[in-house]
Write a protein that binds this ligand. Structure first.
Ligand code: ADP
Ligand code: MG
Length: 211
């Protein structure tokens, strides 16, 4: 089984639906240690992606990822706009002409995307950011590639790792972004961006595995 372009398009639609549902929850998380706009940002961003989808959905996976990144970049005002925008634009590099991806191709696409987030935001492990969700998920994906697992079970393992990663941000002190202004007071709250990244990974797994 491969990850097809249809999976990718369904993933973007599932993200849009999820961010509409979770808007208030993500905004509440951001209210605790930020400025209460993360849910709003993600919902606005993915609404724009769906609006723009007809202009790039005929392209290979790379074109779809790039179009998504541009839509997010242009519609999200907060820190997460350039970060998620860069994630998708970088994810377009290795997938430029691809109509489908095997698991190694998915890993490469996501690794490039996360490297883009790090290039932009300079996050390090345990800085309490979206990267603390992505890094363990990438590790699980890498292990799955080495074990020659299928894409469905790889995504299940990635969701499990991402869930742990997002939860682990609760006890971290923020060292990047708005939450870092709070110093020790940022401890005890789950990071909003780590949570939106978890929702994205869950949405991809749901598209592939059903549910
Ligand atoms: P803003 O902080 O501008 O209001 P959002 O609320 O949309 O933007 O996004 C906040 C999220 O962005 C945080 O929860 C965190 O996960 C993520 N973030 C902030 N700064 C960085 C960074 N330098 N690197 C990675 N992620 C970051
Ligand atoms: Mg915010």
């Amino acid at each position: 089984m491969t990850l097809t372009k249809k999976h990718i398009l369904d993933w973007l639609k599932a993200c849009a639906a999820e961010f509409e549902t979770q808007q208030d929850y993500l905004t509440d998380l951001d209210r605790e240690i930020g400025d209460a706009d993360h849910g709003l940002n993600m919902n606005r961003g993915f609404t724009k992606v769906i609006e723009k989808l007809p202009t790039f959905e005929a392209q290979p996976i790379g074109g779809v990822m790039k179009g998504t990144g541009m839509a997010l970049m242009s519609s999200i005002g907060g820190a997460s706009g350039p970060l998620y925008g860069t994630f998708f634009i970088r994810a377009a590099t290795s997938t430029a002409n691809a109509q489908e991806l095997d698991l190694a191709g998915l890993l490469k696409m996501l690794e490039d995307g996360v490297a883009g987030i790090v290039m932009r935001g300079k996050a390090e492990p345990s800085d309490k950011t979206m990267c603390d969700t992505w890094w363990p998920a990438l590790e699980a994906c890498k292990n799955a590639v080495e074990d020659r697992a299928d894409i469905g079970s790889a995504l299940t393992a990635m969701v499990e790792a991402a869930e742990k990663g997002a939860k682990a941000t609760i006890s971290m002190q923020a060292r990047k972004g708005r939450a870092s202004y709070l110093g020790e007071r940022s401890v005890g709250h789950q990071d909003a961006g780590a949570t939106s990244s978890l929702f994205m990974i869950k949405a991809l797994s749901a598209v592939v595995n059903g549910g």
